[in-house]
Design a protein around this ligand. Structure first.
Ligand code: FA5
Length: 344
């Protein structure tokens, strides 16, 4: 082939390429088309292979044409890519966002039923002038038992058998040690409630090894059993949002005298049905223990028992929520199953 024929072919390649890339709309396809010409076995490379066969005087002309066509092809590629980028940018700018669309709902959590119940209970007592007190869950044997009239050989310990970390340190089995800690640092008048976790060697559908109690203590001059009754009747009516009767059943706790179990009227059958499963046909549900602070307890914390009297009570919060919200197995509270938790 002559030099002129080769140059004509190069020019034809350039023209064809210009038409070939016009409809191409993505970079990958454009680069592939470019490689078909300029690649190792591309059409331009084939022409270059002919150059050594030409008379030496013609070679520079054809070489120059090759360079021109290569540059032209590269310019065309750059131009087409720029056009594509401009079109994409224009389309991007022309996009409109409808800000009037309602936002997608964000899945929010809520407080655990037991936390709700604790906060509600504290709120009701706060309205009566009680403030929240706290104590450690790992407690001394003295605060948990001894100071509450329950020495090491006392049979009442059996009912609250707990986890001993050593002879003198226990996981508290009730919130009553907070009574002792409060009276050790505060002089009467005292009005506290102490919610918190407690631990016992119990395990069935209504008893858990870890559960929550709410302790109450009021100490002042002239506090009487009627004050205790009034406070608890008020609490039960507020918490259950119904006029429910409360009954005090004589009972024994080593740190109160007299002592009483607190029962409330069955919130399910209202005491009317002898066959009610919840109250086992009795019409009453036990919610906690209570009584007047025993003078020997005052002796342990340096409060003058001749001048002051007080009442105390302790309730199980799981029990309160079971009765009010119809939970029939205490384990549901702790399993973290959303099918349960989302109901409350
Ligand atoms: C006490 O714990 C006393 N400290 C209450 C008290 C305080 C009496 C102040 C007098 C003065 P008792 O062992 O009965 O009492 O427990 C109180 C309540 O805790 C029970 O009525 C019950 O509602 C709840 N309870 C007891 N054991 C468990 C358990 N293993 N799981 C869930 N709730 C429990």
């Amino acid at each position: 082939m002559s030099a002129d024929q080769l140059i004509a072919r190069l020019e034809q390649i350039g023209t064809e390429f210009q038409q070939a890339i016009r409809p191409l709309a993505d970079e990958q396809a454009i680069r592939a088309a470019q490689a078909q010409l300029l690649g190792k076995h591309g059409r331009v490379s084939e022409v270059m292979k002919e150059i050594p066969r030409l008379p030496p005087a013609d070679r520079p002309r054809v070489g120059a044409a090759v360079n021109r066509i290569k540059t032209e092809i590269e310019d065309q590629v750059a131009r087409r890519l720029r056009e594509l980028a401009d079109t994409a940018a224009r389309a991007d700018l022309a996009r409109t966002v409808d800000v009037t669309l309602p936002a997608r709902p964000v899945g929010g959590g809520h407080l655990h039923l037991l936390t709700q119940v604790r906060l509600e209970a504290v709120q009701i007592f706060a309205e009566l002038g009680f403030v929240v007190a706290e104590g450690p869950q790992i407690e001394t044997d003295w605060h948990t038992f001894e100071a509450l009239g329950t020495p090491k050989d006392h049979p009442a310990r059996d009912m609250q058998d707990t986890f001993y970390l050593s002879d003198e340190i226990v996981l508290r089995s009730h919130t009553s040690p907070v009574q002792i800690r409060t009276m050790q640092i505060q002089a009467p008048p005292i009005r506290i409630v102490a919610p918190g976790h407690v631990f016992r060697r119990d395990d069935d559908t209504t008893h858990s090894p870890m559960f929550t109690q709410l302790e109450g203590l009021a100490v002042d001059e002239g506090i009487a059993f009627t004050d205790l009754k009034g406070v608890l009747i008020h609490f039960v009516s507020r918490f259950f949002a119904r006029d429910l009767t409360v009954r005090f059943r004589p009972s024994y706790f080593p740190f109160v005298e007299p002592g009483a179990e607190v029962d409330m009227q069955c919130s399910f059958c209202m005491g009317a049905s002898a066959g009610c499963r919840l109250c086992k046909g009795t019409g009453w549900l036990e919610i906690g223990g209570s009584g007047m602070v025993d003078p020997t307890v005052f002796g342990h914390v340096g409060i003058d028992a001749e001048r002051y009297t007080g009442f105390a009570f302790g309730m199980g919060l799981e029990r309160m929520a079971m009765l009010r919200n119809g939970v029939d197995n205490i384990k549901f509270y702790y399993e973290g199953d959303l099918r349960f938790l989302e109901q409350f």
